[in-house]
Design a protein around this ligand. Structure first.
Ligand SMILES: [Zn+2]
Length: 225
């Protein structure tokens, strides 16, 4: 049972990639670069990206211009509008696809079918409660190809990390809103995420909890000074 691993959906080219602990933007930036090098030009849609509106962040430090998706945006209509104004686009990349509305995922499928364009969508499948994001669910339903990428992410125990954990002030929680964007509205709470194996997600055991347990007096090595 693999829920949050790394999923990538590809169509004649519809591509959804899901990584535990958040979308790893490295791959989409790589796709962008590889295709740019071949003279192809892409459009990037993103939602609630960490680098701020309209920017695609990356752990490689690359930032690419992107179109920030809003709730009301029709991605198909937006793209057709841009194309009719003379913009060139050979493919589409969608980052943080789990945050799109299900209807917007349908619009991506229409881009593939009607415009015969490759769409690569990246996102995480499940939230910290192990439930599918509505956008991810629709993506899995519609994608021509779903690919779970090899992730290097490991749980603190060394097992493959497949689940996202949310911590509030250092304590793992399994209740709460599905989407909390940044910490802007919650200055009092420190919200963090950690990837865990399923066993430790079920046991609510984060690395901090495990460390605290290991350091408790009854298991502390005698000569640990
Ligand atoms: Zn573990």
């Amino acid at each position: 049972m693999q829920t949050a691993g790394d999923v990538r959906v590809r169509g004649p080219a519809d591509d959804c990639r899901v990584a535990p602990g958040g979308v790893d933007p490295v791959l989409d930036v790589q796709i962008e670069h590889n295709r740019s090098a071949r003279g192809l030009q892409g459009v990037i849609f993103t939602r609630d990206d960490r680098a701020g509106e309209g920017k695609l962040s990356s752990r490689l430090g690359l930032v690419t211009d992107a179109v920030e998706v809003t709730d009301a945006m029709d991605l198909y209509a937006h793209l057709v509008g841009e194309l009719s104004r003379g913009m060139r686009a050979d493919y589409v990349i969608v980052d943080e696809a789990q945050f799109l509305a299900p209807g917007q995922i349908d619009q991506l499928a229409r881009i593939v079918d009607d415009l015969e364009m490759d769409v690569f969508a990246f996102g995480i499948t499940t939230d910290f409660r192990t439930r599918l994001f509505p956008g991810s669910r629709r993506l899995i339903e519609l994608a021509d190809r779903i690919e779970q990428l090899q992730v290097e992410a490991l749980c603190w125990c060394g097992a493959r990390a497949t689940h996202n954990a949310r911590t509030v002030d250092g304590v793992m929680v399994v209740e709460g809103e599905q989407v909390v964007v940044g910490d802007v509205n919650r200055p009092a709470e420190q919200i963090g995420y950690e990837v865990l194996c399923r066993r430790h997600h079920r046991r609510r055991m984060t690395s901090a909890t495990a460390r605290a347990a290991a350091l408790s007096p009854d298991v502390l090595p005698v000569n640990s000074a």
